[in-house]
Design a protein around this ligand. Structure first.
Ligand code: KG4
Ligand code: ZN
Length: 377
């Protein structure tokens, strides 16, 4: 790919407003700037993200943040704009997407409407040359999925959560334990001095041999243990260590099954045929989970890759890259004229729900119109 492309990326699907400038040239991918404004303080007193507060905060922040991102990048000429168009909290998504439309319209630039999950899926390619296909564990506050990433825009879902996402379990259990918000990092810190063998927690979906996840039983069991047994700081640390170990165990078990499936069905090119196992999303910031997944990858003959921590949690560099990769693919295939891309971008709708593997998601009755709601779908 010889053409140099510089993309302005915008992310506003949850409680982080983020803007980044990413360039891809023959030399590779370069993040020229990536600025993030976290709203954690605003939501902390409510113990979770309040959608209305989030949307208002995005409105207040996005202008300055875009200024900063462009200034830090040295005001480069922008070729394409990319913005998260879903899934996420609709008010926030609309703010970022509308800003992107204004920016693109004023400059006559194409706008790529990006699936937030695709941003996470491709985030490892910001810093590493990861050839397709690769196996992805996407594990964040709203999502817990195993995907075969066959190419840009080409995903096959191997497993997903049937209830909560892993990050959501971390957050909710941390809340019950009075650890504040966001719960994942706080629970990880508390677990450092805990005994991971003290409490027995249930193992989910024991009768099944597929790659689906479930964390709601664990959440209820942890809450019960918290009310009955957590009296001291040490009790709390012990329960945190047990919860973290239980979540890690489930992620390892399902990822192991997905590795077997991936190897059986996917022909891997490049890197002397060693497939890559990529872990992305906010929960990938957890050191214990990272370590155990890395060991699993080693045992199964996969190259382990996790984006640097700053690209694991929500950021706009991954959105810029996803938009860039889609734009480059469309140009390469000669499928679309620049004018039609501009028109499509300006007409893009914000989507609260937007599965990566739409074929699979729509075939599954629990994902049909009247079925599961929210980002998890
Ligand atoms: O990817 P992300 O920033 O936003 C979503 O798209 O959801 O992920 C946020 C999630 C939260 O649930 C947070 O508690 C969790 O990632 N998280 C962690 C850690 N850091 C963030 N969970 C466990 N351990 C961590 N160190
Ligand atoms: Zn995310």
């Amino acid at each position: 790919m010889s053409e140099t492309l510089t993309v302005l990326g915008i992310e506003s699907s949850c409680d982080e407003t983020a803007v980044a400038v990413v360039r891809r040239s023959a030399a590779g991918v370069e993040v020229l700037s990536s600025v993030i404004h976290s709203q954690v303080v605003k939501h902390a007193e409510y113990g979770g993200v309040v959608p209305e507060i989030a949307a208002r905060s995005h409105v207040e922040t996005i202008d300055d943040l875009a200024q900063r991102a462009l200034a830090e990048a040295g005001y480069p000429a922008i070729d394409v704009v990319a913005a998260t168009a879903g899934p996420g909290l609709i008010g926030g998504v609309m703010v970022g997407l509308s800003f992107a439309k204004g920016f693109a319209f004023a400059r006559g630039l194409p706008l790529m409407a990006v699936n937030h999950l695709e941003g996470h899926a491709l985030s490892a390619r910001l810093t590493e040359d990861v050839p397709f296909p690769f196996l992805l564990l996407l594990v964040s506050g709203g999502h817990c999925q195993l995907l075969s990433v066959r190419g840009v825009g080409d995903y096959e879902r191997l497993g997903t959560t049937i209830d909560d996402a892993a990050g959501e379990a971390f957050d909710k259990i941390a809340k019950v334990l009075g650890l504040g918000y966001p719960g994942g990092p706080a629970l990880e810190k508390a677990a450092l001095s805990g005994n991971p063998d003290r409490f027995t927690l249930p193992r989910a979906l024991l009768g099944r041999k597929d790659c689906d996840f479930s964390f709601s039983g664990l959440k209820t069991a942890a809450a019960t243990l918290a009310y009955e047994h957590v009296k001291t700081e040490q009790d709390r640390a012990d329960l945190c260590a047990c919860v973290q170990a239980a979540i890690a165990r489930q992620l390892v078990e399902r990822s192991g099954r997905a590795m077997t499936l991936f190897k059986a069905h996917t022909c891997v090119a490049g890197n002397e045929n060693v497939p890559a196992f990529v872990v992305a999303g906010g929960v990938a910031a957890n050191a214990t989970i990272r370590r155990e997944l890395q060991a699993l990858a080693g045992r199964n003959g996969f190259r382990f890759l996790a984006p640097p921590l700053k690209y694991c949690t929500d950021n706009a560099a991954m959105i810029a890259l996803a938009g860039l990769e889609h734009y480059a693919k469309l140009c390469k295939m000669g499928l679309k004229e620049r004018e039609s891309l501009i028109a499509e971008g300006l007409a893009a709708l914000a989507r609260p729900r937007w599965p990566l593997d739409e074929v699979r998601a729509l075939a599954d009755p629990i994902h049909k119109k009247q079925g599961r709601k929210g980002a998890k779908s």
